[in-house]
Design a protein around this ligand. Structure first.
Ligand code: CA
Length: 320
């Protein structure tokens, strides 16, 4: 069963077009992902959530996240404070629902994009992702809150190892797991022609970034979303697949910048807040990660020497 949230589109080329799709994939009987979108005059709000938990609770968690986030952001013009508030409300709703004994372990990722053109704000928890396609080039805007992503950043795993690791689905931050939400917040100034992709790991864990880039760069929003879901299924569809594609056709005029947008006047995305708690610990972990990366290279070097020695030994032995 696929939920298709209808897309916008009119003859007068709206400022923003978007498409949101979610699909159970080919291996799972349920879909614990949820997507949401709401278009406004100056942009809109777009959310992807990937729920986890036992019987039916993952589905409930992701739906609660999308519903609460959309409701809060619809109340007012987007701002960093409003996005954080929306994530706090979603966190509280899921945390409360998760207190029932049968709902233990309930939680969800959530990645939300709020467009108030020419500004974009992205709030993020977990390992669903937001990407920006600008001038044909794809950039991942969010950092995964996952076990493998942390080790990748510390230099303890390579990208290929992380992609295939048996713990690749373990996330280190989720909505509903703790009384308080830990939310990353990223902001940027949008340019006409920019495209955004928000997706769950059922897409980004299956398709390479180069494929995402090519599809986003060559197809309109509706066709791109459909194509990405189809490709993920063709590559096995091991997990629920969620895709939101957003295209900014033009920037509406006559908008005085809100006060919070002052740091966003440059070309690059700006990290406005990092939600992972214990930042001091994180810094220490990062440093020890570099140290371990150093030993890891030595370890690999020693393995190489031993391997070459064994190879020589076998070759010489066979020649006798
Ligand atoms: Ca997933």
């Amino acid at each position: 069963m696929a939920y298709n949230f209808a897309m916008s589109g009119s003859s007068e080329a709206p400022a923003v077009e978007a498409s949101a799709l979610t699909h159970p994939g080919r291996k799972r009987t349920t879909n614990q992902d949820a997507v949401g979108k709401k278009l406004t005059d100056r942009g809109g709000v777009f959310v992807v959530a990937d729920g986890m938990g036992g019987h039916r609770t993952g589905e409930l968690a992701s739906k609660l996240a999308v519903k609460n986030i959309l409701e809060v952001i619809e109340e007012d013009a987007p701002s960093p404070t409003l996005l954080l508030e929306a994530f706090e409300e979603a966190n509280e709703a899921i945390y409360m629902a998760g207190q029932r004994p049968e709902s233990r372990g309930m939680g969800t990722t959530a990645t939300a994009l709020a467009l108030d053109l020419p500004y974009a704000l992205i709030a993020h928890v977990g390992d669903s992702r937001a990407y920006l396609l600008r001038d044909g080039e794809l950039t991942q805007l969010t950092q995964d809150h996952s076990w493998v992503a942390e080790r990748l950043r510390q230099g303890l795993l390579t990208a290929t190892e992380a992609r295939n690791h048996r713990w690749r689905n373990v996330i280190t931050n989720a909505l509903g797991s703790f009384p308080d939400a830990r939310v990353d917040l990223i902001g940027l100034k949008v340019q006409a022609g920019d495209r955004f992709l928000i997706c769950s790991d059922g897409l980004s864990g299956v398709l390479e970034d180069a494929v995402l880039q090519e599809v986003l760069d060559t197809l309109p929003t509706d066709a791109a979303a459909e194509r990405l879901v189809k490709l993920a299924n063709e590559w096995g569809g091991p997990d629920n697949i969620s895709v939101v594609t957003v295209a900014v056709n033009h920037i509406p005029k006559n908008h005085s910048p809100p006060p919070w947008a002052l740091p966003l006047e440059g070309e690059e995305p700006v990290v406005l807040a990092l939600g992972q708690e214990d930042e001091s610990v994180q810094v220490q972990v990062l440093n020890s990660g570099h140290a371990r990366g150093f030993w890891r290279r030595w370890r690999d070097f020693i393995f190489l020497i031993v391997y070459v020695a064994l190879l020589l030994f076998v070759l010489l032995f066979n020649n006798r």
